[in-house]
Design a protein around this ligand. Structure first.
Ligand code: AFP
Length: 335
C-alpha cells in the first residue's frame, strides 16, 4: 500500500484531531515553499548563488544570497496564503503584516538554517513555527508574535540533505515525510518518530569548551571519560553546525544537542533564537518523548520579550537532559 502524502495524512490519519482546513492550507503551502527552497539550494552553484550579499542581517551575520532567496520564497508563499496574517523571519528585523487577513495564523521561520554549510554541500534546512493570530481586530504588532512555545499549533523543519524531508508536529506526535522528486509529493516515510530516553551521542561545538559554565563542563567531561568515568559508557560526538541536521539525527538515532550559555554569548542570552529555532525544535523533541530546556527552564515556557531573542538550548534524550538539569541545579556542579 502506498504511504500517504502529507496532506492526505493530515486529512485522514490524525484521527480525532480537528485540523482546520485553514491550518492544512498553511501546512501545504509551507511544504510547497520548502520544495522551492530545496530546488534553489540544489541549483545554488549552477546559478552563481553561493556567495554573500555583502552585508550583515539583523543577527550581525554575513547574509548569504541563498538566505535572501529562501526568505523571499517564504514571504511570497505567506503573502499568497489566505490564512497567514503575518510573518517573522530570522532574516528580517521587523515582522511583516498582510493586513487583509485578520485572524489568520502567524508564521515564524528561519528560512535557511545552517546556511554557513551551503557552499560546503553539507545539510541545511528551514525551520518553521505556526502561532495563533490575535483575537483582536486591528493591525498586528510585534507583541502578537511574542507567544509561549506552548501556543504553537504547528512546528517543524525541512531538511535539505541526501533527500529532502519535512518533519513536523501539530501536537499529535512527530511524523516525517520524504519528497518524491518524481511526483513532487511529500510521502510519509517516518511515522510516529520517537527519541530514545537514553543516549550515547552528544552534539556540541567543542571549540567553545573554555567558555562553558561548570554544569556543561562536568557533563561533557563525563561523556569524554567514557567507560572509565562516572557514566560508565563511551559516548560519540557529532557537530554539523546546522540545528536542523542535529535535531534530525536525534530523532533518528537518539542523543542530546547543546548550544549552552557561555561566557561569550551570556550578554546576548545565548546563541540560538527562541521564536524560530528553540521553540519549534523544542516542541518537536517534546512531542517525540524528549526534553527541551535552557538548563534551568523548559524552552516552551519562556515568555518571549523580543522577536530575535536568544536562549541557551539543551534538548534531546530525556535521561541526558535530566542529568544536565540536575547539574544546573547544584550550587557547586563540580562537587
Ligand atoms: P547559520 O544559519 O548562521 O549557519 O547558524 C546555524 C545555527 O544557528 C544552528 O543551526 C547551528 O546549530 C549553530 O548555528 C552552529 O553554530 P556554530 O557555527 O557556532 O557551530
Amino acid at each position: 500500500m502506498h504511504p500517504p502524502t502529507l496532506l492526505h495524512f493530515f486529512e485522514t490519519q490524525q484521527h480525532g484531531v480537528d485540523h482546520s482546513q485553514h491550518l492544512l492550507s498553511v501546512i501545504g503551502d509551507i511544504a510547497q515553499a520548502c520544495k522551492l527552497v530545496a530546488r534553489e539550494v540544489s541549483h545554488g552553484a549552477l546559478l552563481g548563488n553561493m556567495g554573500n550579499v555583502g552585508h550583515e542581517n539583523i543577527q550581525g551575520e554575513q547574509q548569504k544570497t541563498l538566505d535572501v532567496i529562501s526568505n523571499d520564497i517564504f514571504i511570497k508563499m505567506a503573502e499568497d496564503n489566505p490564512y497567514i496574517a503575518g510573518i517573522a523571519s530570522e532574516e528580517m528585523e521587523h515582522t511583516l503584516e498582510f493586513s487583509a487577513k485578520a485572524g489568520g495564523f502567524l508564521l515564524v521561520f528561519d528560512p535557511l538554517d545552517g546556511s554557513s554549510n551551503v557552499n560546503l554541500n553539507l545539510s541545511v534546512g528551514s525551520i518553521f513555527s505556526v502561532l495563533p493570530g490575535p483575537d483582536s481586530e486591528g493591525p498586528l504588532t510585534e507583541q502578537d508574535f511574542l507567544q509561549l512555545g506552548t501556543q504553537q499549533v504547528c512546528a517543524g523543519y525541512a531538511l535539505y540533505g541526501t533527500s529532502t524531508m519535512l518533519v513536523l508536529t501539530t501536537g499529535q506526535g512527530v511524523n516525517g515525510f520524504t519528497l518524491d522528486p518524481d511526483s513532487g509529493e511529500f510521502m510519509l516515510t517516518h511515522p510516529a518518530m520517537r527519541i530514545a530516553p537514553e543516549a550515547q551521542e552528544f552534539a556540541i561545538n567543542m571549540s567553545n569548551q573554555r567558555f562553558w559554565q561548570p554544569p556543561v563542563q562536568r557533563y561533557i567531561d563525563e561523556c569524554l571519560a567514557g567507560t572509565q568515568g562516572a557514566r560508565g559508557k563511551d559516548f560519540n560526538m557529532r557537530w554539523v553546525a546546522s540545528m536542523v541536521a542535529e535535531v534530525h539525527r536525534l530523532l533518528i538515532r537518539g542523543g542530546v544537542f547543546l548550544y549552552p550559555l557561555d561566557s561569550r554569548t551570556k550578554g546576548k542570552g545565548g546563541r540560538l533564537r527562541l521564536l524560530y529555532e528553540a521553540s519549534p525544535m523544542g516542541w518537536l523533541i517534546e512531542q517525540a518523548g524528549g526534553l527541551a530546556t535552557t538548563g534551568h527552564k523548559r524552552l516552551l515556557e519562556i515568555e518571549p520579550t523580543a522577536l530575535h531573542q536568544r536562549v541557551p538550548v539543551i534538548l534531546g534524550a530525556q535521561e541526558e537532559v535530566e542529568l544536565l538539569l540536575s547539574y544546573h541545579s547544584l550550587k557547586d556542579p563540580t562537587a
